[in-house]
Ligand binder design. Structure first.
Ligand code: FBP
Length: 694
């Protein structure tokens, strides 16, 4: 048989066909899974009930530029009773709706489309759903596909946004607005559903305002793994506890982090450093540490609040205020990490797992200042010269040279340079890879692209350097378990107690720490000689050398970036149910003529029976934010609330989870991402904790 025939023979075998098929039984089961429907959707006819009790502070700028949608109230989707035949007919009319993804993928997006599609077709099988390809680009270029049942069925409960793809284009000029409107009018759309994050919902609000006179409604859907779309009214009522995709991504990351915890605790030689997505807010890190009990985790929002009290007090003694004491520096952060590593090592644990939020640099003052200044410099260059900064200065050296010219006043002799010589000096002290990272091109919405900066490297390089210093100082040592020391020495016919006093700071401790002054074989010998255990001309006994070697730490790290994997993953049961109902809600908002609203599910933190379908006015969630060097009106991101139960629980448990003691680690296994059974009960831990009162 030739090799060609062997392949054919294998490929024709039914078992081979089964195992290499694109779909496996589990995927088929996932695709066939039917999410629950919120009770209200048992009813065909709905109406929107205004909820004026939920109020929001009004942003003046938003009021000016979004006048027609600014007064929208929060609305609840409710049953429409006493419906006339005419109203029934109107509700069941043939409709055309458009839908697009926008921004990064998030698990559950396909279910939003599935919910929207199912409800649209259930009301009238002749209704049509159009999907714009590659997000806003599809809308602007009129690139679309009609979404058919087969396409939806193939991707029910499945991750990614592959059905119609996504993009990050911003609809920010009158020309683009006109193009978008033209596409929707040509297609005869009654409504457009924008599934996206804060920037995309901002897009949706501006489109809604622009489409008002054309009578086309625009509805946003809260998507982002970052979890930073959350809405509370002024009285603190939670109207939306999380964006979709957050739970699935957090669970996917957590499962991997927990696997790394198993690895760390098994081969006891690595610190696994896990950078976790979340461009600005640290919700994903908080959820991941609650899911896994990793030894160390940093919440950017907490670091941003850091105050160096010692420094403040010193300055106060001189009657001064040291403003540099406010905010954490990279150096200080690296010291905190070192301290944790050293403390664990003292109990024999020279390994562990730490989680660093992707957006941690936002919380580090010195770096944040660079980011803001560089945003402005790049934006000004683009506007003044009508060129692109990155194309004009492709190499790092050219960029640095441009900055240097600003700092020396060569480019603007009259002005007060935004980039001064001190900035230039400090910036030039950073390693090249990091300078390049800080100069990386901003995305189309003007966001700094944290995912492209090797933040973990800059931090861990500083940690490694300082641990080297601590090792030299005799501070960083691996504790040796007393029982091990005893049996090790006894097995080699050495009296453990004879040497213990000379070697260890506290010979009676459960974990023995070699004295700080013993940092080399030379200093070990000196210690033994001065204790009268060795003559200067004698060799150090082999077992003693071995014990010393065991106390010497080698700091080894493995870095991991969790982001794209989790955001492309399949949704959890929670997200399957959540997103399907968001799709149903989006349909009912369009069908009831709402516009400028974001589909939302209230009471996500409670059991499914309590979930409520809502519309939240996007314009009321707007604020001014620095983007590309100027203030722009965008939907406000929700940051980790340091007074929240979830953060407080983490704070209360972190010392225990660090496990810098003689006990075991406290790692938690969250288990795999699931999609069926009563697993919608498995919801984000942060949501569950934050829902507790009293
Ligand atoms: P969205 O806000 O669009 O959901 O995207 C969030 C995110 O996943 C961030 O966590 C991450 O910083 C960013 O996308 C990376 O984006 P890109 O796709 O441009 O690499």
């Amino acid at each position: 048989m030739g090799s060609q025939d062997v392949h054919k023979h294998i490929l024709d075998h039914p078992a081979a066909g089964r195992v290499i098929a694109n779909n496996n039984p589990e995927i088929l089961e996932r695709q066939g899974f039917v999410p629950n429907r919120i009770k209200i959707f048992d009813s065909v006819y709905t109406r929107l009930s205004d909820q004026p009790q939920y109020r929001f502070a009004v942003n003046k700028e938003a009021e000016t530029v979004l006048p027609d949608i600014m007064k929208n109230p929060v609305q609840k989707v409710v049953r429409k009773n006493d419906i006339s035949p005419g109203e029934k007919k109107a509700f069941l009319k043939k409709r055309r709706i458009g839908v697009m993804f926008s921004g990064g993928p998030a698990p559950g997006g396909h279910n939003v489309i599935a919910g929207l599609f199912d409800e649209l077709k259930a009301c009238n099988p002749e209704s049509r759903l159009f999907g714009f390809i590659l997000g806003a680009d599809g809308l602007l270029e009129s690139r679309y596909v009609e979404i058919k049942k087969q396409m939806v069925d193939a991707l029910r409960n499945m991750g990614g946004f592959s059905m119609i793809k996504t993009g990050r284009t911003k609809i920010d000029t009158p020309k683009k607005m006109a193009q978008a409107l033209k596409t929707c009018q040509t297609l005869g759309l009654e409504g457009l559903v924008v599934i996206g994050g804060d920037d995309s919902n901002t897009n949706a609000a501006f489109l809604a305002q622009h489409f008002i006179s054309a009578g086309i409604s625009v509805i946003g859907v809260p998507k982002t793994i970052d979890g930073d779309i959350q809405v509370s009214s002024d009285d603190g009522t939670k109207l939306l506890a999380a964006s979709f995709g957050f739970h699935s991504a957090a669970r996917a990351f957590s499962q991997n982090i927990s696997n790394l915890a198993s690895d760390a605790a098994s081969d006891v030689k690595y610190w696994h450093v896990c950078k976790v997505m979340g461009r600005v807010a640290s919700h994903l890190t908080l959820e991941a540490v609650l899911q896994t009990h990793a030894n160390l985790a940093f919440i950017g929002e907490e670091l941003a609040e850091y105050v160096d009290t010692e420094r403040l007090e010193k300055a106060a003694e001189k009657g001064e205020i040291d403003y540099t004491a406010y905010g954490i520096t990279l150096r200080h952060l690296s010291r905190i990490i070192c301290d944790a590593i050293v403390r664990r090592a003292a109990f024999g644990k020279n390994y562990g797992v730490m989680i660093i939020p992707e957006g941690i640099l936002e919380s580090i003052n010195e770096i944040q200042v660079f980011i803001i200044k560089l945003n402005k410099i790049i934006a000004d260059f683009n506007t003044i010269h009508d060129l692109d900064f990155h194309r004009s200065f492709p190499s790092l050296n050219e960029k640095l040279d441009y900055l240097r010219r600003i700092s020396t006043g060569m480019l603007d002799r009259n002005g007060f340079p935004i980039w001064n010589q001190r900035d230039d000096e400090l910036f030039n002290q950073l390693p090249g890879f990091f300078q390049e990272g800080l100069l990386v091109e901003r995305d189309l919405h003007g966001n700094f692209q944290f995912s492209q900066v090797r933040t973990e490297k800059i931090i861990m390089d500083m940690v490694t350097d300082y641990l080297g210093v601590l090792k030299e100082q005799g501070v960083y040592k691996i504790g040796i378990e007393q029982s091990y020391y005893q049996s090790f020495m006894a097995f080699r016919d050495m009296d453990p107690d004879t040497y213990a006093a000379a070697l260890f700071t506290d010979p009676a401790a459960r974990f023995l720490l070699v004295k700080p002054k013993i940092i080399s074989l030379k200093t070990l010998k000196q210690a033994l000689v001065s204790a009268g255990l060795l003559n200067p001309e004698d060799e150090i006994p082999g077992p003693v050398t071995e014990i010393f070697r065991r106390s010497e730490p080698r700091f080894k790290i493995q870095t991991h970036f969790f982001g794209y994997d989790g955001r492309g993953g399949d949704p959890t049961a929670f997200d399957c149910h959540y997103t399907y109902n968001l799709g149903l809600t989006a349909f009912h908002l369009v069908a009831n003529g709402a516009t400028g609203q974001m589909a939302a599910i209230k009471n996500l933190e409670q059991t499914f029976e309590n979930w409520e379908a809502m519309g939240i006015p996007i314009a009321r969630l707007m604020h001014l934010e620095e983007r590309k060097g100027r203030l722009e009106l965008v939907m406000e991101k929700s940051m980790v609330d340091l007074s929240s139960n979830a953060f407080q629980v983490f704070k209360a448990c972190r010392e225990k989870w660090l496990a810098a003691d003689a006990g075991e680690d406290h790692f938690r296994k969250p288990g795999p991402v699931r999609f069926k059974g009563r697993t919608e009960d498995d919801r984000p831990i942060t949501l569950v904790l934050n829902a507790f009162s009293g």
